[in-house]
Design a protein around this ligand. Structure first.
Ligand SMILES: Nc1ncnc2c1ncn2[C@@H]1O[C@H](COP(=O)(O)OP(=O)(O)OP(=O)(O)O)[C@@H](O)[C@H]1O
Ligand SMILES: [Mg+2]
Length: 257
């Protein structure tokens, strides 16, 4: 579903310096796969996501998403960012429907799908509320529904739960696994949390500091369905430690990096 071969990205800053953000990145993501990406700040995770989403061009390499070379934003791909960025003057339902409305789609089928998604994330009774009436976790759930409303095949998530408190984040992790298994999406999920990466991922991509390269890809051979009890298993601790070793800091299992 996603194929990245030899991708590189060099930014030219306003002061005419060059920043080598990505170098020789190779990554294949299969349909229905959930791939977590971890790496130190500034290693090029968001750059990679923006390239896959068609929001940024790669300087080198070949990027194929959904069977097509990426040339710009693609209807098969949706992005969820760290902040929910909902429109404050729109209701929850209107916010979810925004991508459909922007495409001129005001069909009852889309509205039905939006309602079904809100139901899936436990916000059925909130469709007429406004963003300020929701908690941070609820707002992020609305943003996820908005990303799914046009039924993209691929979901790219950039630290989607970074702004949430630890308990809400754990709940959202478990819920996301449930939604993804129901919706069968191909997902690339960027996070700073090693436990989150291991809990959610079929594989964990570990990136190295600038210029960002992939230093290891680990298979997470922990059976699904997984839940918060998974965090306490020896297999989970062992995998988390293997990821953590890349960052030179071996902490107690279950801790963030
Ligand atoms: N538009 C831009 N112009 C110039 N340099 C940029 C631009 N966007 C990103 N960079 C640089 O590219 C590198 C990678 O940035 P990127 O945002 O991809 O990192 P990241 O891994 O997502 O970091 P974080 O974990 O902090 O979000 C950084 O050094 C950053 O300064
Ligand atoms: Mg980033």
């Amino acid at each position: 579903m996603i194929s990245v071969r030899g991708a590189g990205k060099i930014y030219r800053t306003r002061s005419d310096e060059t920043v080598h953000a990505l170098k020789d990145v190779d990554l294949e993501i299969a349909q229905g796969e959930f791939v977590s990406v971890v790496g130190p700040s500034g290693c090029g995770k968001t750059t990679l996501l923006r390239i896959l989403a068609g929001l940024e061009g790669a300087t080198s390499g070949e990027i194929v998403v959904g069977g097509h070379k990426v040339r710009g934003p693609n209807d098969d791909v949706s992005v969820v960012f760290q902040q929910a960025t909902l429109l404050p003057w729109y209701t929850v339902l209107q916010n979810v429907l925004l991508p459909a409305h922007l495409k001129g789609d005001r069909s009852p089928a889309s509205e039905q799908r939006a309602r079904g998604l809100l139901d899936l994330v436990g916000l059925k009774d909130f469709e007429r509320k406004y963003p300020f009436e929701l908690s941070g976790g609820m707002q992020q759930r609305v943003a996820i529904c908005r990303a799914l409303v046009r039924n993209p095949k691929i979901l790219l998530m950039d630290e989607p739960f970074g702004a949430l408190d630890a308990m809400t984040r754990e709940t959202m992790n478990v819920e996301l696994m449930r939604w993804c298994s129901q919706e069968g999406k191909t997902v690339m999920f960027i996070t700073h949390s090693i436990p989150e990466a291991v809990l959610l991922g079929d594989r964990v991509v570990v990136m190295s500091p600038r210029p960002g390269r992939i230093s290891e890809i680990l298979d997470v051979e922990i059976p699904r369905p997984r839940d918060l009890r998974t965090l306490g298993t020896p297999a989970f601790a062992e995998l988390s430690d293997r990821v953590r070793q890349h960052f030179g800091a071996v902490a107690a299992p279950g801790q963030d990096m």
